[in-house]
Design a protein around this ligand. Structure first.
Ligand code: ZN
Ligand code: ZN
Length: 286
C-alpha cells in the first residue's frame, strides 16, 4: 500500500509498504479521509520529539472497518469510524481524574503509532482500551469526521476560557481552525466576533464562509489599536490565537480587557518558542 513517511525534517517520502496485519486486539481500517493540520507542517519542517522515524504521518483519520481482531467486541466490518489523535493512558492520576487531555503518558497516532496517510491503518490497542474509536453518524461524511480532532480541541479551548453570552471575541488566524473558533464562539453566545490575519486573500475567503462582525488586516492596521477602538478602549473579553505567530500572542495580551481570557491555541514556532508582552492597562494596589 502507499504511505507518506516521515524520515527527518524536510525528508518526507511517499513509499510502497506491505499492508499492515490486524492483531487479535486491534481493528483494521481502510482510510477514507486523513486531514492535514498545522502540526503536520511543523513536523515536516522541524520534526517532533515524540516521533521515532521512519513513521507514517497523519493523525486526523476517518475510515471504514475492514477487519476486527478476535478479541475485540463492538465493531463489525463496514462500520464507519473516527480515530482519536492523542491517546491517553487511562491509568495515570490525570486520566483517573477525567483529565485525559493532559495525560502524562500521552501517545499519538502518527507519532508512536503508524498514522493515517496510508491506505490502511491498524487502530492501536491503546486507542480501543480508552474507547477512542468513535462511530461516525450516518449524516456525517468521512471528511467531516476526520476533523473531529481539531474541532474537539477548539471546543476544549473555548470551555477552558469560558466563552459566554455577551463576550467580544477576537480570533487570530483566518485558517480552518480560526473559522471553527469563530463559529463556535457564536454558538457559545459571543455578541461580537472579530477575525484578524495578515493575508488579505485568506481573510476574505474565511470571512465569506464564517461571517465575523469585523475583519482586521494586520498588514494594514495596528490590530491592538483597532480592537481597542472597536471596544471603546476596553479591549476584548476573549482572544484566541489560532496561528503559530509569536506576535499574535503579544498582541493578544495587549488587546485583552480587564478580566479578559486568552487562549494561546496555536503553539509558537519551534525556532522562536517565546513571546513577551504586558497588557495595555495596569492594576494598582496588590
Ligand atoms: Zn492535528
Ligand atoms: Zn494517563
Amino acid at each position: 500500500m502507499k504511505v507518506l513517511r516521515f524520515y527527518a525534517p524536510k525528508d518526507v517520502r511517499i513509499e510502497e509498504v506491505p499492508e499492515p496485519e490486524c492483531g487479535p486486539d486491534e481493528v483494521k481500517l481502510r482510510v477514507r479521509n486523513c486531514s492535514t493540520c498545522g502540526t503536520d507542517v511543523k513536523i515536516v519542517n522541524n520534526g517532533h520529539q515524540n516521533i521515532t522515524p521512519p513513521r507514517i504521518m497523519g493523525h486526523e483519520v476517518a475510515g471504514e472497518v475492514v477487519e476486527v481482531g478476535a478479541d475485540v467486541s463492538g465493531w463489525s466490518v463496514g462500520d464507519r469510524a473516527q480515530v482519536i489523535a492523542a491517546v491517553p493512558c487511562g491509568e495515570c492520576y490525570e486520566c483517573r481524574r477525567g483529565w485525559m487531555a493532559v495525560c502524562q503518558n500521552q501517545t499519538s497516532v502518527g507519532y508512536q503509532y503508524e498514522g493515517g496517510f496510508a491506505e490502511y491503518l491498524i487502530v492501536p490497542r491503546q486507542v480501543l482500551k480508552v474507547d477512542g474509536l468513535n462511530r461516525i453518524p450516518d449524516n456525517i461524511g468521512f471528511d467531516e469526521a476526520s476533523v473531529a480532532e481539531p474541532f474537539a480541541c477548539a471546543i476544549n479551548a473555548q470551555e477552558l476560557i469560558s466563552v459566554a453570552d455577551g463576550d467580544t471575541v477576537v480570533v487570530f488566524g483566518a485558517g480552518p481552525i480560526g473559522c471553527i473558533h469563530i463559529r463556535l464562539a457564536r454558538a457559545n453566545g459571543a455578541s461580537r466576533v472579530f477575525l484578524i490575519d495578515v493575508n488579505a486573500e485568506r481573510l476574505k475567503m474565511s470571512a465569506d464562509a464564517v461571517r465575523p462582525d469585523e475583519v482586521i488586516n494586520g498588514a494594514e492596521v495596528d490590530v491592538v489599536e483597532r480592537v481597542l477602538e472597536l471596544t471603546d478602549g476596553r479591549g476584548a473579553d476573549v482572544v484566541i490565537t489560532a496561528t503559530a505567530a509569536n506576535v499574535a500572542q503579544e498582541q493578544a495580551i495587549r488587546m485583552a480587557a480587564r478580566r479578559g481570557r486568552i487562549s494561546f491555541f496555536g503553539g509558537c514556532p519551534r525556532p522562536t518558542p517565546t513571546s513577551s508582552a504586558t497588557p495595555t492597562w495596569s492594576t494598582t494596589g496588590s
